[in-house]
Design a protein around this ligand. Structure first.
Ligand SMILES: NC(=O)c1ccc[n+]([C@@H]2O[C@H](COP(=O)([O-])OP(=O)(O)OC[C@H]3O[C@@H](n4cnc5c(N)ncnc54)[C@H](O)[C@@H]3O)[C@@H](O)[C@H]2O)c1
Length: 454
């Protein structure tokens, strides 16, 4: 069997590497229009940072895992074509700022239709609005070609930073297919591929529309939990309740569960915001205005939480940060990835810079992306070494929960900083009492501040 995957990004690359590793009898060809990305996949400097990924790629690459820019040939040769291209939020025209931009996806569908000479299974891996498979089938079957395409929805639930373990041992895999005979045959083909390493009871099957909608729903539920605990963090700060204690108390309720209850400066990543906006937009398209407003609020609360973090910095530092050096530790949207898409650090750093602060950013894996994200902002510097970043800084802000930040020598950092030395823990990862003892003015999320000034 031959598989082709269109789109060699954060999803296409790791997912295909895992299939190739687990199914040595299947040839897997990953293609992309971005030649630089493909070249990086062919080297040991992979285009994305993901713990454990290089080892998986190295095991299969050249054996049954290949990367190429020859998209047409890969499609023609394949029995199964995964479409894993980006589906960002539309920035123009009808639905701008909310709807999914489906142009990359549609280009793929047309390409598949134009070059195919044999029947194929087409797998939607990208996150798409519900009922996209309908449009996909209409594009694929337009014209008079005698080739049959069977479209499946197989949304990806991996999380960046833990992609390899998520792929190796997922909670579940979801495959949606049509309830026709050919739909069920195609569905079974994909089930059998995953069954090479995933127990069959964890491979869920459904109709196509349920699979498409389940992905948007999963992200909406996860993001909603973060926005909910962040909304509570605001109340905690006003009442001397401690958000970590509240989260622990409710997270131990088996009906609720403990994950995604960490209060923070806000969620980021390429998916949550775009998928929830898309869900809200979809609701509106179906005339469901209250449901749309409900989901929109999850995104609004996230933006408010980021904005509130900057306001806390400004008000605690005597309402002026102009000319003050502020060291930002962490720029990636979360730990263990270099991905900065929709990272709260972007808006926080831009707002700090607009207050004329001198912002010095440090991150173990995301500095290249940070430089691109902030290309149009002034007063921003980049420094790999966190100890250098904090020299003469008036404030230190933690924006990503990297483990290395938990074990820095904070006495050394305190000594290098201007006094009073402010510390804003946007991820609640540090020992605030110990930091206060060292002499820091400590501000965290959803806990009372620990200061020496009042
Ligand atoms: N990043 C995640 O954690 C994650 C998790 C689950 C699902 N998803 C979904 O998976 C999809 C892909 O996300 P990603 O993060 O991998 O995106 P990405 O931007 O990292 O990768 C997409 C790739 O597709 C390529 N591409 C675009 N149009 C193409 C075309 N016509 N032909 C060939 N290649 C083309 C781009 O060059 C890019 O390399 C999105 O729909 C996203 O919502 C992402």
């Amino acid at each position: 069997m031959k598989i082709c995957c269109i789109g060699a990004g954060y999803v296409g690359g790791p997912t295909m590497a895992m299939i190739a590793k687990k199914c040595p009898e299947i040839d897997v060809m990953v293609v992309d229009i971005n030649a630089e990305r493909i070249a990086a996949w062919q080297s040991d400097e992979l285009p994305i940072y993901e713990p454990g990924l290089l080892e998986v790629v190295q095991e299969a690459r050249g054996r049954n895992l290949f990367f190429s820019t020859d998209i047409d040939e890969a499609i023609r040769a394949a029995d199964v074509v995964f479409v894993s291209v980006n589906t960002p939020t539309k920035t123009f025209g009808e639905g701008a700022g909310r709807a999914s931009d489906l142009q990359y996806w549609e280009l793929c569908a047309r390409r598949i239709k134009d070059v195919s000479t044999s029947d194929k299974i087409i797998v939607e891996k990208s996150t798409l609005p519900v009922r996209t498979a309908d449009a996909m089938e209409r594009v694929l079957h337009a014209g008079d070609k005698q080739v049959h395409f069977e479209v499946l929805s197989n949304p990806e639930f991996l999380a960046e930073g833990t992609a390899i373990s998520d792929l190796e041992s997922p909670d579940r895999v979801l495959i949606g297919g049509h309830e026709t005979e050919s739909g069920q045959v195609a569905l079974q083909t994909l089930v059998d591929i995953y069954a090479s390493w995933i127990p069959r009871e964890r491979i869920l099957t459904s109709n196509v529309w349920s699979a498409e909608l389940s992905k948007l729903t999963a992200n909406a539920f996860l993001a909603q939990r973060v926005s909910s605990i962040n909304a509570i963090s605001q109340l905690c700060e006003a009442t001397e309740a401690n958000v970590a204690e509240v989260a622990h108390a409710i997270g131990t309720d088996s009906r609720i569960g403990s994950k995604f209850l960490k209060a923070s400066v806000g969620f980021g990543g390429s998916c949550f915001k775009k998928d929830i906006l898309n869900l809200a937009y979809l609701c509106e398209t179906y005339g469901l205005h209250e449901a749309a407003a409900y989901w929109q609020q999850v995104v609004d609360m996230n933006e408010f939480q980021q904005n509130r973090f900057v306001k806390t910095i400004l008000s605690s530092m005597f309402n002026t940060i102009a000319g003050k050096r502020i060291a930002v530790l962490g720029f990636a949207f979360k730990a263990d990835t270099g991905d900065t898409r929709e990272s709260p650090a972007i808006s926080v750093c831009k707002e700090l810079a607009s207050e004329q602060a001198q912002v010095v950013i440090s991150d173990p894996k995301a500095l290249d992306n940070a430089e691109k994200d902030l290309a149009d902002a002034t007063g921003i510097m980049f420094e790999e070494d966190p100890y250098e970043a904090v020299v003469d800084a008036h404030a230190l802000a933690i924006l990503t929960e990297w483990d290395v930040y938990k074990t820095l020598d904070y006495q050394r950092i305190f000594d290098a900083m201007e006094k009073p030395a402010f510390l804003f823990d946007g991820r609640n990862i540090l020992d605030h009492t110990a930091l206060h003892k060292i002499g820091f003015e400590v501000y965290s999320i959803g806990k009372g501040r620990l200061t020496h000034l009042d």
